[in-house]
Design a protein around this ligand. Structure first.
Ligand SMILES: Nc1ncnc2c1ncn2[C@@H]1O[C@H](COP(=O)(O)OP(=O)(O)OP(=O)(O)O)[C@@H](O)[C@H]1O
Length: 319
């Protein structure tokens, strides 16, 4: 079943076309992550889906509704995480969530909400005493107060320390296990890899690739890396590495890149057996990460720009 369907979506600001025919769909119950460089149009797309921005053209259906025509009805069924929307800072966490619950006909139970966002122990804490990470999880609880079917999370962990990020990830995983559909935008590719069932990369006004992380990695053509400790006889040159594999030895580590890891591992182990090398020490198989695939794709696509979080990695700079 489809939660969101987007076909040929276009959007122009004055005479500048930002979205040039965007196509994708989000299935019910999945975590879908929209990725793309700064300025690619992720927020614009999400705001159109939420009914906050009118599109220029194309067809959009969110939970079966057109957000441009039925925004009020749609917003009863979606959860949007607003940032710091003027909370009474003296209020306690539980009180504030209860105030929000009162706006909805069928709110989710308070205990349940506290549990999902991992704030049960902070129920009686005043909002002003919460940390940034706790406050963001409170934002999430408020977005969930009406028990929505679909939740939009725009860069939910930007600026978090590692512990707060993990708590927020746990909250998002809790939501998924409740069967909610989640649309996430982020610049953190480890976050997308950890949370998303499927990702889509938006660049140059269109979705360049969409699918599971494995699919995206395949599309990017990033090979799998196999490593093992080079045996003595390979190091002293008396035994050549297996000829059919592209093995490069650096120091005492042998590295082989391949598009078919299982065949390459079979080949390596039979070469080791035929040469009395026993098991290959330190044998490891590293499948490409989403970050590998993203960098490969984004650098080869039109309008190339890297997300902020990755620029230091590529340019060698630091934050
Ligand atoms: N209200 C607006 N008026 C004019 N131009 C806009 C407006 N909102 C966004 N833009 C432009 O549209 C482009 C896409 O912006 P958008 O915020 O959707 O990108 P994004 O992918 O979310 O970027 P980021 O990753 O930096 O948040 C940018 O060039 C931006 O300057």
């Amino acid at each position: 079943m489809t939660a969101i369907e987007v076909r040929g979506l276009t959007m122009s600001y004055a005479d500048r076309q930002v979205l040039k025919g965007v196509d994708f769909e989000v299935r019910r119950g999945e975590v879908f992550c929209l990725l793309g460089p700064n300025g690619a149009g992720k927020t614009t797309t999400v705001e159109i889906l939420e009914g906050f921005r009118q599109r220029t053209g194309g067809d959009v259906r969110v939970l079966g509704m057109d957000p441009a025509a039925q925004s009020a009805r749609l917003r009863e069924r979606i959860g949007i995480v607003l940032q710091e929307c003027g909370f009474p800072r003296q209020a306690r966490v539980g009180e504030l969530i209860n105030m929000w619950r009162a706006y909805y006909p069928k709110p989710r139970a308070l205990d349940d909400l506290l549990n999902v966002v991992e704030l049960t122990e902070d129920r009686n804490t005043q909002v002003r005493r919460l940390s940034g990470g706790q406050r963001r999880r409170l934002d999430l609880a408020l977005a969930l107060a009406g028990d929505p079917d679909l939740i939009f999370l725009d860069e939910p962990t930007t600026g978090f320390d590692p512990e707060s990020r993990r708590r927020c990830w746990a909250a998002i995983e809790n939501l998924r296990s409740l069967g909610k559909t989640i649309v996430l935008t982020t610049h953190y590719l480890d976050e997308a890899e950890r949370l998303a069932d499927r990702v889509a990369i938006l660049q140059a006004g269109q979705i360049q690739v969409a699918g599971t992380v494995r699919h995206v990695a395949r599309e990017a053509g990033v090979p799998t890396t196999i490593k093992f400790t080079a045996p003595e006889r390979v190091l002293d040159g008396t035994l050549p590495p297996p000829r059919c594999l592209d093995v490069v030895v650096t120091g005492d580590v042998a590295v082989c890149h391949t598009d078919c890891a299982s065949a390459a591992v079979r080949e390596l182990l039979s070469w080791a057996a035929a040469n009395d090398l026993g098991d290959l020490d330190g044998l490891s198989v590293e499948t490409p990460t989403l970050e590998d695939a993203y960098l490969q794709l984004v650098s080869s696509l039109p309008g190339r720009r890297l997300p902020e979080a990755l620029e230091p990695l590529v340019t060698g700079g630091t934050h």
